[in-house]
Design a protein around this ligand. Structure first.
Ligand code: ADP
Length: 157
């Protein structure tokens, strides 16, 4: 049976840490659906369309990766997409505690969906979307923290 994973997140914006988790995940799954969680009351920094476009650029030559968005519960979205796995990345012990709670609740809601975690490579431990947004807010160059195709430098808020 085809193994499909959802990689859910805000991706505001998508970073080299996210990219690495997806590329490594491709050795485990036949298909990875990068799914930007959308919450109308918490719109985020970059518009949803830009986040989707940029992630699409990064994986334009990777047929095993799909990019889409969803709202609502991740487990409901997994069922809709016929995905048996939720892929997440772990950087720190704080990530672990946060992810543990979410994964256990997801498991309680749907016992058939498994969460799978990949530990970040050491160089990516400090990389996160909040830092990238802070650099941009203060006029700095954050390009080294985002993959080619995530054109934050061209984007004017
Ligand atoms: P969320 O808003 O759900 O936390 P994020 O966009 O921040 O979503 O992250 C999505 C997933 O990617 C999470 O599992 C997060 O732990 C993981 N992640 C974020 N940054 C990194 C990184 N530098 N290395 C590895 N995993 C990461």
């Amino acid at each position: 049976m085809q193994k499909t994973a959802i990689f859910p997140g805000s991706f505001d914006p998508f970073t080299i840490g996210h990219e690495s988790i997806v590329r490594r995940g491709l050795s485990l799954f036949d298909k990875i659906i990068i799914s930007v969680g959308y919450n109308s009351s918490k719109k985020g920094y970059f518009p949803l369309e830009k986040r989707l476009e940029w992630i699409g650029n990064v994986f334009e030559n990777e047929p095993a990766v799909e990019v889409t968005w969803f709202s609502g519960l991740t487990v409901d979205f997994c069922r809709k997409m016929n995905a048996g796995f939720i892929l997440r990345g772990l950087r720190t012990a704080a990530d672990f505690e946060f992810e543990r709670a979410i994964a256990q609740v997801n498991k309680a809601m749907d016992n058939k969906i498994e969460s799978v975690f990949l530990l970040t490579i050491p160089e990516h431990t400090p990389v996160n979307s909040t830092i990238v947004r802070d650099i941009i807010r203060h006029g700095g160059d954050a390009s080294r923290f985002v993959p080619r195709g995530v054109n934050i430098g061209d984007y004017k808020l």
